[in-house]
Design a protein around this ligand. Structure first.
Ligand SMILES: [Zn+2]
Length: 278
């Protein structure tokens, strides 16, 4: 069943990419994604396809990786025998708790962000997802790949993920499906299905602008890089559309572009997102 499982994973990625494109860029051209989705669907046996669509009606994820013996969607520790069966992939198995289809995945970069201490004041707004050390007011890179490498390294250096190399590899794979660059000089690169931790956002500014989408003409200057645990997938789309809404306004983008230190960039991000992201 491995080839069918691979198709399902790929199909789900495309469906999610489509939702992201809609959330981040209202009125986006979706034709290319729609035709890829339609042709993938044709390759999937109808019974599995039906089960997959029914699960998608309940939530954004129908097939999820088992990592370290745990269903990454609901967090249930699976029986060892089931973990082996999922790995062998002679058929497609479901999580006994959440019913999602399961596939085996080798370990990926891990989110190592520390849980807040009880004594810490509760965080609100963008502070729930980001922090001043993750602000880069002047990215050094001059193309997409070097900028992504720089942001992955930042997330690792500041103790938010354990492996910058694996994170970069996943981010580039996502860019290969369809570019995350949108209008108004914005880009929303991300890595989904990360293990553990919480949704985490880094912000980088490319003062002169770069060509983030190799096929596009847009000049990207503001890059939001997000690391998304499987369980936060639905929430991520809300955050994405909130950011897109705030920063399609030029006055808000200008506040980020004017910041010349990590401290000023962090303050500008908190101020501009205060009303929309709560
Ligand atoms: Zn589950």
């Amino acid at each position: 069943m491995q080839p069918v499982i691979n198709l399902l994973v790929q199909l789900q990625e495309l469906i999610i990419a489509r939702a992201q494109q809609e959330a981040g860029m209202p009125g986006a051209q979706l034709d290319q994604l729609d035709s890829s989705i339609a042709s993938l669907k044709k390759e999937i046996p109808s019974e599995v396809g039906l089960q997959f669509s029914r699960l998608l009606q309940k939530g954004p994820l129908a097939i999820v990786p088992v990592v370290n013996g745990v269903c990454t969607a609901c967090g249930m520790s699976l029986p060892v025998s089931l973990v082996h069966q999922v790995h062998a992939a002679e058929k497609i198995y479901q999580c006994p708790a959440c019913a999602r289809l399961l596939f085996h995945r080798a370990s990926s970069a891990r989110n190592t962000r520390k849980a807040p201490r009880r004594s810490d004041p509760p965080k609100v707004g963008i502070e729930r997802f980001s922090a001043e050390p993750l602000m880069i007011p002047a990215l050094k890179g001059t193309d997409r790949d070097s900028i992504l490498a720089e942001m992955c390294q930042k997330l690792a250096d500041e103790g938010f993920v354990d492996d910058a190399g694996k994170l970069l590899e996943s981010a580039l794979k996502r860019e290969a499906i369809i570019s995350t660059a949108v209008e108004n000089g914005l880009a929303f690169p991300h890595v989904r299905s990360i293990e553990g931790g919480a949704l985490t956002l880094a912000l980088g500014i490319a003062p002169k602008g770069i060509k983030f989408d190799p096929a596009g003409k847009a000049n990207t200057r503001v890059v939001f890089f997000m690391v998304i645990p499987t369980a936060a997938s639905a929430f991520y789309l809300k955050l994405l559309s909130g950011l897109a809404q705030v920063f399609q306004k030029e006055e808000n983008r200008d506040k980020l572009l004017e910041a010349d230190s990590t401290e000023k960039l962090w303050k500008a991000l908190m101020k501009t997102t205060r009303l929309v992201i709560q």
